[in-house]
Design a protein around this ligand. Structure first.
Ligand code: SAM
Length: 315
């Protein structure tokens, strides 16, 4: 019987996989027998073990991501953050979305992503940041009360700009202000609240006359407290998300707990808070499960939560 090229390779793959299984069983048995293993044998056993672990991790990650996506979708529908109008056609929805975004450019609360620190980022980090900006814009587009968005300190000859053009369909048509200027070239310093995980004060609420700034950073090799240093350099108010006030640590196998979120995740939390006026709801909907925190049962803000606008950073 003849096989097509793809059938042949599929069958070969199956055979390889069966062989891997077979080898694995034998190897396990060998380990049980504790007989000395040759160097090459040990090497291939390690490779196989690594491959299996990697495949297992990949499958777990994939299903977790799927679950997380569904969880967020359900929560968002309940919170009513996104205007979901099944009765409208796609075309009408597109027009409504555009109108909301244009309206937000004159009446929406201003939010900047500060892209002044991208020079110290690797190409991989730049790529991830471009993806996060796409998701951030996508969330704003769907929101019933979008923010007036600015990408500040973004030069057209920068790697990030090129990556946004490459990765983000329709980037040039985003309803968003793209500028080489910094947030302080655009707004009075006393109106600016720089969000950073390392601020002392928690953000209490979102105010119409404030300008919120997120640091355009991806946390891989980046040094800690970079956005706090940047805020200090600018001498503007700082605030962190009120995670300590509304969430508690959750036990997990790796004992991992992090309050540092990606810029699009922070943005989703802000969007939901803006719509619901509830941090509990915002965290419940968007705080990533893998960060090792859960919303505290019956969470209520202690008196220590102060308005972000009470704190100024000196340089
Ligand atoms: C991946 S974080 C960058 C963390 C980085 N190490 C730093 O220096 O801040 C990207 C941005 O998201 C925002 N962000 C992340 N977690 C936050 C939190 N818990 N509270 C306030 N802002 C947060 C900040 O604006 C931060 O600059």
């Amino acid at each position: 019987m003849e096989h097509t090229g793809s059938n042949t390779s599929e069958i070969q793959m199956n055979e390889v996989s069966e062989m891997v299984d077979f080898l694995h069983i034998n190897l396990e048995t060998d380990v049980g027998e504790c007989r000395p293993v040759r160097e090459g044998e040990a090497h291939s056993r390690n490779v196989l073990r690594k491959q299996r672990n990697w495949e297992r991790q990949l499958a777990t990650k994939k299903s977790k991501r799927k679950e997380e996506k569904q969880r967020r979708k359900n929560n968002q529908e309940q919170a009513g953050v996104y205007g979901h109008h099944p009765q409208f056609t796609k075309r009408v929805m597109k027009a409504i979305t555009k109108e909301r975004l244009v309206e937000a450019q004159s009446t929406g609360i201003k939010l900047c992503v500060d892209l002044s620190m991208t020079d110290i980022m690797s190409d991989k980090e730049i790529s991830r940041l471009a993806g996060q900006l796409r998701r951030l814009y996508g969330s704003n587009k769907k929101a019933t009360q979008p923010f007036h968005l600015f990408l500040t300190d973004l030069r057209e000859d920068s790697r990030l700009y090129r990556e946004c053009l490459r990765m983000n369909d329709g980037f040039l048509n985003y309803v968003i202000e793209i500028t080489e200027e910094s947030c302080l070239d655009l707004f009075p310093p006393e109106t600016v609240v720089y969000l950073t995980p390392d601020a002392d004060e928690a953000l209490e609420t979102i105010e119409d006359d404030k300008v919120y700034v997120l640091g355009g950073l991806v946390d891989e090799s980046i040094q800690k407290k970079l956005s706090l240093s940047r805020a200090r350099e600018l001498s503007v108010h700082t605030a962190r998300l009120p995670i300590d006030e509304f969430m508690v640590k959750r036990n997990n196998a790796k004992n991992f707990h992090s309050k540092i979120l990606a810029v699009n995740q922070v943005f989703d939390i802000l969007l939901t808070f803006r719509c619901t006026n509830s941090w509990m709801e915002a965290f419940q909907s968007w705080f990533p499960q893998g960060k090792g925190y859960v919303v505290a049962p019956e969470a209520s803000p202690p008196p220590s939560v102060q308005s972000a606008s009470t704190q100024t950073q000196s340089s």
